[in-house]
Design a protein around this ligand. Structure first.
Ligand code: CTP
Ligand code: MG
Length: 252
């Protein structure tokens, strides 16, 4: 593994680009919400637009970033056909940090790339990528991940595994994996802009990658982990929405 610090020989990413002036630097969050929600099996609209406690799910997520002082701007990635409708709805939630809404791609990673292409490279130090379907991310989780990326170049929010994990083959257990060594990758995942850009330009765009860290790992860049909470669930199946609704009441 090549350490980020060894590659650039600089502690802070901002020093990498002469065009960035200190007074301009900022952190940008890309919220990806352009999926179809096929596992959720909701015919009316994709899960990220379903209302919880009077607001679309993705608005809850955006508000977490709106309220976090480590984030200066957010870029939202949506299905092309939903953009106009969403802009009308979003007006009433006064999302002041939301600077761009761009259309998504066929895969999550293609959607992240569209968001990344909309980032202002002259001003952005850290890019934090977050799933629109994770409305329960805490302020500390966002802050800690961004701050860790500032110090080390790349950081991934993770959570412990609580079940015992088995490797299987042909319907039989092969072995038990030591779960102390394993973590679930959550979001946000945060990177110095230059690292994430390189991860997308130097790798053949791997459409099957389910997170950005995978692409950054392929660069050989070390990624720090930030311990997060099991509360930061992704709404994937219908039952997740019931849990989210109950947990979101605490955020009010
Ligand atoms: N996402 C995206 N563009 C895609 C696919 C996913 O922006 N082409 C977003 C989703 O909207 C979600 C996040 O990535 O906020 C995590 O993806 P996932 O939970 O898998 O959502 P979906 O892809 O919508 O759901 P499914 O896989 O069940 O179809
Ligand atoms: Mg998906």
């Amino acid at each position: 593994m090549i350490k980020y610090l060894e590659i650039f020989n600089q502690r802070y990413c901002i020093k990498l680009d002469k065009h960035k002036r200190i007074k301009d630097i900022m952190n940008t969050a890309i919220i990806v919400a352009a999926g179809k929600g096929t596992r959720f099996r909701e015919a009316r609209k994709p899960k990220q637009f379903l209302e919880i406690l009077g607001k679309p799910l993705v608005v809850h997520t955006l508000q977490r970033f709106e309220n976090c002082s480590a984030v200066n701007e957010t870029i939202l990635v949506l299905p092309e056909e939903e953009i106009e409708n969403f802009l009308q709805i979003a007006e009433k939630f006064s999302l002041k940090k939301l600077v761009k809404v761009v259309s998504g791609g066929e895969t999550r990673i293609a959607s992240v790339l569209n968001g990344l292409n909309a980032v202002d490279s002259n001003k952005t130090e850290i890019v934090a990528v977050h799933d629109g379907a994770r409305p329960l991310v805490s302020n500390d989780e966002i802050m800690n991940t961004i701050n860790k990326a500032k110090k080390t170049g790349a950081a991934c929010l993770v959570a412990p595994i609580t079940d015992t994990i088995k490797e299987i083959s042909g319907g039989k257990i092969v072995q038990t994996i030591d779960r102390e060594k394993l973590r679930r990758a959550l979001t946000p995942q945060a990177f110095c802009y230059e690292i994430l850009k390189r991860a997308f330009t130097e790798n053949n765009l791997n459409e099957s990658a389910t997170d950005e860290c995978f692409l950054v790992e392929k660069l050989g860049v070390e990624i720090s982990v930030v311990e997060g909470s099991a509360r930061n669930i992704k709404i994937t199946h219908k039952e997740d929405l019931i849990l989210a609704e109950s947990l979101l009441k605490d955020f009010r």
